[in-house]
Design a protein around this ligand. Structure first.
Ligand SMILES: [Zn+2]
Length: 294
């Protein structure tokens, strides 16, 4: 996925947004301004609701970016370079240069994102209480409260034990640690990802039929999770098969043509009359396709 707009760099990591984020942003702003604010902060005008909803959604984008930075900065500590972070329609993506090379490293990189979201949820929760206690008004109370709930649900949703979610990566690192095989662990965690994606698609359909517009969102999320889990499972299966396959004998081409190795102490054919006696050491052997002779 290419960045449509570059925002800058943090710790050398390019931060960008994909144009589809605009779709997500508009959907979220309208949803908040129409359904959340009028219920929890009644009595304000449309402009006030739209302004508060826009601030809430910008706060949500910043929260997702901090979540991805959590993954990325821990990855850098594990000597994995990060190609970039992109915010898009369904959240954020941190592009790591390679996979972690141990179960411990995989666990630390995966857990860092939800850990950031939990900290942000607690901070926003305390701020919500402060706004309420100091009487700063309903709109600010709902905006900060929304950020607390959004970060808590970001942490909880991402901790579901199914690839490609963070919880799936944590599960994969644990299975890898327990069984010693990264690819088998990936296949098991991806199976749960496909199941979760399927469930989300069905739940989204029910939401749509019951009149909730967020059903489209749930279905898209389910489709994305299922598709990513399928891709990860396919990749892991291919690598597992390659690991299990015995090494194929490589064809050997030698010039001059290959000399058969005679049984020790014997000549392969009777020496022509007057020829020098056969020397068993003077044959060409093949070791890793490099000809060696003596
Ligand atoms: Zn994450």
């Amino acid at each position: 996925m290419r960045d449509s707009l570059r925002l800058g760099r943090v710790s050398g990591i390019p931060i960008g947004v994909h144009w589809s984020l605009l779709g997500f942003g508009l959907f979220a702003i309208v949803n908040l301004a129409v359904s959340l604010y009028p219920v929890f902060a009644p009595g304000s005008g449309t402009i006030a609701y739209l302004t508060a909803a826009t601030l809430g959604v910008i706060g949500l984008f910043a929260s997702i970016l901090l979540h991805e930075l959590g993954h990325s900065l821990v990855a850098q500590r594990e000597d994995i370079s990060v190609d970039g972070i992109t915010l898009w329609l369904l959240g954020g993506v941190a592009r790591l240069d390679r996979e972690p090379d141990s179960p411990g490293a995989a666990f630390r990189v995966a857990a860092a994102g939800p850990a950031v979201s939990v900290v942000l949820a607690v901070m926003a929760g305390l701020a919500t209480y402060g706004v309420y206690a100091l009487g700063f008004g309903d709109l600010l109370f709902v905006t900060v409260g929304y950020l607390a709930l959004a970060n808590a649900s970001l942490a909880l949703f991402n901790l579901l034990p199914a690839l490609p979610l963070d919880g799936g990566r944590i599960l994969q690192s644990w299975l890898w640690h327990r069984n010693g095989n990264r690819h088998r662990a990936t296949i098991s965690a991806a199976r749960l990802g496909r199941l979760l994606g399927g469930i989300a698609i069905v739940v989204g359909l029910f939401e749509l039929f019951s009149g909730s517009s967020t059903g489209i969102w749930t279905m898209m999320l389910g489709w994305f999770v299922r598709r990513s889990a399928t891709a990860e499972r396919r990749h892991a299966r291919r690598r597992l098969r390659a690991e299990q396959r015995p090494p194929r004998p490589r064809p050997v081409w030698l010039w001059p043509p290959h000399v058969p190795i005679p049984p020790p102490g014997s000549a392969p054919f009777p020496p022509p009359p007057g020829a020098a006696p056969f020397r068993p050491g003077a044959v060409v052997l093949e070791v890793d396709s490099w000809p060696t002779g003596n």
